[in-house]
Ligand binder design. Sequence first.
Ligand SMILES: C[S@@+](CC[C@H](N)C(=O)[O-])C[C@H]1O[C@@H](n2cnc3c(N)ncnc32)[C@H](O)[C@@H]1O
Length: 200
Amino acid sequence: MWPRETNETKISIWDRKWGCADFDPHWRIEVLPDWFVQEVARLQIPHGARWLDVGCGDGVLTMDLAARFGPCLGVDYSAAAVEKARARAVASGHQVGFACADATRDDIAGAPFNVAHDRGCLHGLGHDDAALYAANIARHLAPDGMLLLSHRVDPQDADLVDRTESALADHFELRSANEMRFADDEDARQGWFMVFDRKV
Ligand SMILES: C[S@@+](CC[C@H](N)C(=O)[O-])C[C@H]1O[C@@H](n2cnc3c(N)ncnc32)[C@H](O)[C@@H]1O
């Protein structure tokens, strides 16, 4: 039997990836897609709302979120990712904060946030961790806060939206789910963009 992948193992795998100067995965994008910007406009999220970018990686999208929509804190449990994100922000003159935190359990300074954005973080969590994630993110959101989830589809994911809805159900209510293209390249797998409202 393969050893169970612990949280520490997962963190060290991400640390190794983000610590590598030429890490450039196929899913990475540098700019928020037009469809996302249009969705935010459709949701009428006021400028100045406080954003939390969950699983921010090297922070390139956190900085884009902050530049377009208002204050945004990026969090990631990989210290290497946070270090890279902070260095990027300094190099580009962006005033964006980053913190090292596990989205499934840690306190995140700066709450309450109005919007949590997640592109590709929940995707890597199992069902139990997804439920912990829901509880932890919900408690950092304002009562009318929302979670914007961009989720890549794997081949086995025919029931992705139902599965996600049920994993988050104790703390979030699904408002909408729309198919989208997850990354820019031709081979990029499709994904779902889901909007959840925090339950109070
Ligand atoms: C697929 S990458 C996406 C990075 C970024 N959001 C983007 O779209 O470029 C997923 C990120 O989530 C982070 N992550 C995974 N599980 C996490 C957790 N429980 N808490 C915080 N970060 C987590 C990983 O370290 C990784 O940086």
